[in-house]
Design a protein around this ligand. Structure first.
Ligand code: PLP
Length: 391
């Protein structure tokens, strides 16, 4: 059921869904690798693109995968979407499809360690180079754009400093130079912001995080105009990066509750951020919802709530911080985010482990930095847990 006028919660439940042939109330799991036809003409109609149909799962021509793509496209206010086996698969397909040998990418602000590695270490061997700009160097953006710059890529809020980048400001500069803007919306989720409504061209997601929401699947999405999606599709097909039908089915189920999960997680994050701000052993709290936080005004402008991720600098060495983290009883020490269980990590041990210490220092990723992904436990229990660990 598709209706552009529906509000976000209604889209979460109904977008992309149809009664199935037996009257089942949503698209079932079609776990098939291939689909049959009555006649050769029927098959050719699908192969030649004359009729919509199901053909072969690796191509994405599978009803369960198509249904979840329609749902996320509706939630991100995009024309179309592609589902991938992981967030990194989506990013790789994005860069390889939009850039050729000799092209250039600009990456702004902190990004997930894997993204940094892909841009810094892998893509140069395909002749694609990247310039990295810190979030506070945006005024320099126009100066580093080259004639061969094809994509400006960034996350907001960023990982792990939770810096808030002004989406509209960046897309305005990019549009004036005919450059595509791609936003990794994993941290915010479509509950908080829709970059396409702020003139971005492409949204990417690690669906492994909030979209899945239960730490039990790995997936990714790209959402964009039909034309851009058509240009990425052959890359997904031939690199073999399709999301499995089981994952697509699980994801559709998760997305039906996305709005209530993320809203509650954001409310908890604000309470925890306020608690940490007043704690004597905390030097700094990074959370866009705190009025005193640098990115608060921009966050207010472009986000609905303020996200469920936060980080803080503990007053101690890497070892003392690890000892504190080890004392937590409800939080699980883990690298990921976005699930119903609250997770905690020291970025220097996980997401930014492979980054050189000088580069970490330049980006303000301190030894005492702790990143929290707020889950769906009671906020008071989580605060009590932090309190006992920091005693
Ligand atoms: N983008 C962000 C912001 C992430 O945090 C991650 C993973 O942690 C990725 C992309 C990559 O996603 P995946 O692990 O699903 O490949």
């Amino acid at each position: 059921m598709e209706n552009k006028k529906h509000k976000f919660a209604t889209k979460c439940v109904h977008a992309g869904e149809e009664l199935d042939l037996q009257g089942g109330i949503h698209i079932p799991l079609y776990n098939h690798s291939t689909f049959g036809f009555k006649t050769t003409r029927d098959l050719l109609d699908v192969v030649e693109g004359k009729k919509e149909g199901n053909l072969y799962t690796r191509y994405g021509l599978n009803p369960t995968i198509k249904a979840v793509e329609k749902k996320i496209a509706a939630l991100e206010e995009g024309e179309a979407a592609l589902a991938f086996s992981s967030g990194m698969a989506a990013e790789a397909a994005l860069f390889l499809s939009q850039c050729k040998q000799g092209d250039h990418i600009i990456c702004i602000g902190d990004v997930y360690g894997g993204t940094y590695e892909l841009l810094e270490s892998n893509l140069p061997s395909a002749g694609i180079t990247t310039s990295f700009l810190l979030g506070n160097e945006i005024n320099n953006l126009s100066n580093i754009i080259k004639p061969n710059t094809k994509i400006i890529f960034f996350e907001t809020p960023t990982n792990p400093n939770l810096e808030v980048l002004d989406i509209q400001k960046i897309t305005t500069i990019a549009k004036s130079k005919n450059i595509l803007t791609a936003v990794d919306n994993t941290f915010a989720s479509p509950v908080n912001q829709n970059p396409l409504l702020l003139s971005a061209d492409i949204v990417i997601h690690s669906a492994t995080k909030y979209l899945g929401g239960h730490s039990d699947l790995t997936g990714g999405f790209i959402i964009a105009s039909k034309d851009i999606i058509e240009s990425i599709w052959p890359w997904r097909k031939n690199l073999g990066q399709i999301m499995s039908p089981e994952t697509a089915f699980l994801l559709a189920r998760s997305l039906r509750t996305l709005h209530i999960r993320v809203k509650t997680q954001c409310e908890t994050a604000l309470k925890i951020a306020e608690f940490l701000s007043s704690h004597e052993n905390v030097l700094k709290v990074n959370y866009p919802g705190l009025v005193e936080f640098e990115g608060h005004q921009t966050a207010k402008k472009q986000m609905k709530y303020f996200g469920a991720m936060l980080s803080f600098i503990y007053n101690g060495s890497a070892k003392k911080t690890a000892d504190m983290v080890d004392k937590l009883k409800i939080f699980t020490i883990a690298a990921s985010l976005g699930g119903v269980e609250s997770l905690v990590t020291q970025p220097i041990t996980t997401t930014h482990f492979s980054m050189l210490p000088e580069e970490r220092e330049r980006r303000g990723i301190k030894d005492g930095m702790v990143r929290i992904s707020c889950g769906l436990e009671d906020a008071d229990d989580l605060i009590e847990d932090l309190e006992q660990a920091m005693k």
